[in-house]
Ligand binder design. Structure first.
Ligand code: RI2
Length: 309
């Protein structure tokens, strides 16, 4: 069953990256709707809500996932028959995927404008949105060089350096803790986001906050490339974005950990970079300072404070 397989793949990070997770989830929802053989609308709605909950529960931090699922599910409220509801789900899911893919192109175009000829960039983890900006700058003929981190414990940096290498971009692969050592050689930090709070704080791969801090200290700009559906509406009410803490075995194998009974292994997958360390957020609608995060939530996601009453 596609729903269960997708949910499992997201959990195990076979499908990963905030945008990819969102697209995979809405495709799984559409597939679930296609195969849902029920005739009354109430049962259809209930089953769909169960499927949505299964998908949303896979990983707690990337807000692109619940945003995408809720965007698709919202059509159920106005549907009057199973046939209509099913069609509406297909349409919305396709619309989301289409928008998401186009958004990456627009972000790349806007982001590339902020990369200058001769720039040395630093990126962390593997973000389609951030890499899109780098690749586009290179495609435009700008002479750039990149520092890419390893990204313990899952090693997403390896995916990043393969992409950069394939594009023929001069790349330096460094361990995560070498960032401050190299920060003075860098002109610009560019990363993605899993979630952005209403106060402009950016939740991204663990280590991003340290990098942004080092960049701030060295007076280097930090830009974040993120689609509007990565902004977190519920933070309007002060709701905290949950930080996923993953299996300790990703950090140290269970057999080794078992020999260290006094040691607790912690494995948070993300951290929070305060808005003050971020110079610009590149969205598909344009580049904004982090302070304008509320505008994105209100104008583009269509969520207002009144909705939470
Ligand atoms: P795109 C990833 O999370 C990284 O934190 C990355 O910066 C972010 O999602 C955004 O990625 P993970 O799934 O949507 O590797 O830009 O934990 O691809």
């Amino acid at each position: 069953m596609v729903l269960i397989e997708t949910a499992e793949s997201i959990k195990k990070m076979e499908i990963r990256g905030a945008g990819r997770i969102a697209r995979a989830a809405v495709k799984a929802l559409a597939d679930f709707a296609r195969n849902l053989d029920v005739s009354d609308l109430e049962t259809f709605r209930r089953e769909m809500q169960g499927a949505a909950a299964t998908l949303i529960s896979t990983r707690p931090t990337a807000v692109s996932l619940p945003n995408a699922v809720r965007y698709v599910m919202r059509v159920l409220d106005s549907s009057e028959s199973v046939v209509e509801a099913r069609e509406a789900i297909f349409e919305r899911a396709a619309e989301f995927v289409d928008h998401s893919e186009h958004a990456l192109g627009w972000i790349a175009e806007i982001g590339a404008r902020h990369i200058s000829d001769g720039d040395v960039l630093l990126t962390h983890c593997n973000s389609e949105a951030a890499l899109g900006c780098i690749l586009e700058a290179h495609r435009q003929g700008k002479e750039i060089e990149v520092y890419a981190t390893e990204v313990r414990p899952r090693g997403q940096g390896l995916i990043t350096i393969k992409t950069l290498n394939d594009a023929g971009i001069r790349t330096n692969y460094i361990i995560d803790s070498a960032v401050r050592y190299f920060i003075n050689d860098i002109d610009l930090v560019i990363v993605g986001a899993d979630a952005i709070a209403v106060n402009g704080a950016v939740v991204n791969k663990i280590g991003t906050a340290q990098i942004a801090h080092a960049a701030d200290e060295a007076r280097k700009n930090v830009i974040v490339a993120a689609e509007t559906y990565k902004f977190a509406p519920r933070t309007i009410l002060g709701e905290k974005i949950e930080i996923e803490e993953r299996d300790p075995a990703e950090v140290l194998p269970d057999e080794e950990a078992a020999r260290l009974p006094f040691v607790r292994i912690r494995n948070p997958a993300f951290d929070v970079t305060p808005a003050e360390y971020i110079d610009l957020i590149i969205t598909e609608r344009g580049a904004i300072p982090p302070e304008l995060a509320y505008t994105v939530i209100k104008d583009y996601l269509g969520w207002r404070i009144e909705e939470f009453r």
